[in-house]
Design a binder for this molecule. Sequence first.
Ligand code: SP5
Ligand code: ZN
Length: 365
Amino acid sequence: MKVYYSDICLKHAPKYEILSGKFVEYFESPSRLSIIVDRLRTQNSSQHFEFLCPSDHGLDAILAIHNVDYIEYLKSAYEEWCKEGGNRDGVIPEAFPHSGFISTSRDKIKNAKSSLAKAGLYCFDLSCCITEGTWEAIYESAQIGISAAKELIKLNNESVHNKGHPIGVFALCRPPGHHASSNISGGGCFLNNAAIAAKLLIDDLDSNGNARKVIILDIDYHHGNGTQDIFYTQSNPLYVSLHASNDYPWFTGETTEIGEGEGEGYNVNIPLPKETSDEAYCKVLEKVIKEKITSYEAYYLIVSLGVDTYKDDPIAGFQVTADAYKQVGRIIKSIELPTLFVMEGGYHMETLGINVSNVLLGFLD
Ligand code: SP5
Ligand code: ZN
């Protein structure tokens, strides 16, 4: 399996975030990436993984998902913040423009000049500190998603259909993306790598000029509020998320959020209880494939791959074990679609590499 990776993604390195009212170490740390790469490389004695650097495809695919003012902000935020005397550790908001404020039109607020005001405008929590290297890292992370999506298209065009063995490509993105919407960061996410890739796969038109149908299957422990928001009024891609109920990001992820307008019926949320174990998790995954995914008749599959469903994850609560990730990979393989894995969360450092490689090895089985 081809794996897209880049050291530039290590440049986003906040010292801390604020969770449950406490300053804590930054969970979405650069070392997550090194741990995953090391594990895939050791596994490589049996030639499962081939490492590739992303190419620079520019901003077009990013701007197809994100607003230009948001991108300009992310590019310049750290420098402006420092110029205004902000703490050099990085940008963290102190006030958010809730709808209860008096002059609430987003356009009006968009004229905010102060970097502290903009910090609140473009971010919804205290986990997206913008440091000196943040822009470079998030741009590179998006380029990994773009390069991997383009490679999947190419491999699929070249391949003779190998029944039972779908093509897979792994975009080892970091920072992750699924909490980021078109103009708001949160949960360690700035650019929505999976959404950016999805748009590229949709636009890989068939010979009649029709869009390809794409599914985003989000198996991170947390609901992908950003991905949901971006595609909420569209019937393509189909967004399907398995996540914990009554947990971060707190305000989204209910079964009643089914999409709107043309998108109605194309947003599927499956909130699960904290005690969810291997068997229950795999059962739900198999059921949703049978009932929602197969009938959509997609051409490509994107997996938003979070392994924070792991039983000892420090910020999550499911009971999934390392072995079960192999089974998760096999179940994903059974969908039999060209598949792009896009890295999202997972914070238990001792098993992070094993859990990610188990999903991929299960898929390759
Ligand atoms: C990509 C991704 O997985 N982002 C997740 C960010 C979650 N941040 C908030 C976590 C809240 C944790 N609450 C901790 C309770 C610990 N006992
Ligand atoms: Zn997560």
